[in-house]
Design a protein around this ligand. Sequence first.
Ligand code: HEC
Ligand code: HEC
Length: 247
Amino acid sequence: MSNENQAASAPLKAVVGIIVFLAVAIYLLAKLATSGFQIDAQVMTKEAVASRLKPAGSSVASDAPPGQRTGEQVYTAVCLSCHGTGLAGSPKFGDAGAWGARIAQGFDTLSKHALEGFKAMPAKGGSPDLSDDEVKRAVAYMGNAGGAKFTEPAVGGAAGGAAALPDPDTVGKKIYESICVACHASGAAGAPKFGDKAAWAPRLKDGVDAVFNNAKKGLNAMPPKGGYTGSDEEFHAAVIYLTNAAK
Ligand code: HEC
Ligand code: HEC
């Protein structure tokens, strides 16, 4: 009897053994797979990636692309260092008494003084990388805190994203065709001609930024910004359009 039982239980044991082995194996595989996916999901969320890409110590002001900072951001980053306390005789932020007579000069005069410098006030508050509109926004922001009712020049486009910068092929082209064309189409007064690679190549050897800065300030017969009165960002788009044609 006992022999018969042993003979019958041997294959049974083997089957149970295989089932247990498979169950454990499937359980372990499943656990490995799900925990693997969990790690992936954590590593790849946009927030996690963004936080790892973010440079240490980035501030509110530097989150906005150049040229797109608001008056408050520019004030905090640059102007506050003097105007926050009234350093060096500067009119103090929010002090209506100190600002009253200055505001009476009007927004354009105040902006001109802030852009070009005025007595102990350095041009652009000592930050030449600010665009003209950024300085004007800061003037409006400070003036308004001192009792004025200035309108801050708008930050280009929705939410000030990088994509909001004026497009060279639309905005830049339009400016070129209405203003720059007067000299750059014919080469009048020694202007490098539109599309003339040989004329542009030596100028562009230091990059587009260099010619942009020269053209912004004016260069011999080239008037500042070519006589364009709009924003630096728009003028920049015209320079890109003009120089792209010669590449
Ligand atoms: C290094 C110190 C300093 C910084 C930085 C500075 N300012 Fe000034 N600012 C002055 C001083 C000093 C005056 C007063 C000049 C005077 O009337 O003698 C002044 C005056 C002004 C005035 C009044 C001009 C007028 O016609 O009365 C404006 C507007 C102004 N600053 C804007 C700005 C803006 C905008 C910024 C930042 C982008 C800035 N300032 C950064 C020192 C500074
Ligand atoms: C009144 C004529 C005139 C107008 C209008 C004009 N330019 Fe010019 N531009 C010139 C001349 C002349 C030069 C060459 C200056 C030199 O090198 O002596 C020049 C040079 C330039 C340069 C090259 C600067 C460099 O560093 O070599 C750029 C960029 C430029 N212009 C952009 C523009 C744009 C963009 C406009 C329109 C918004 C414009 N210009 C309108 C006359 C003009």
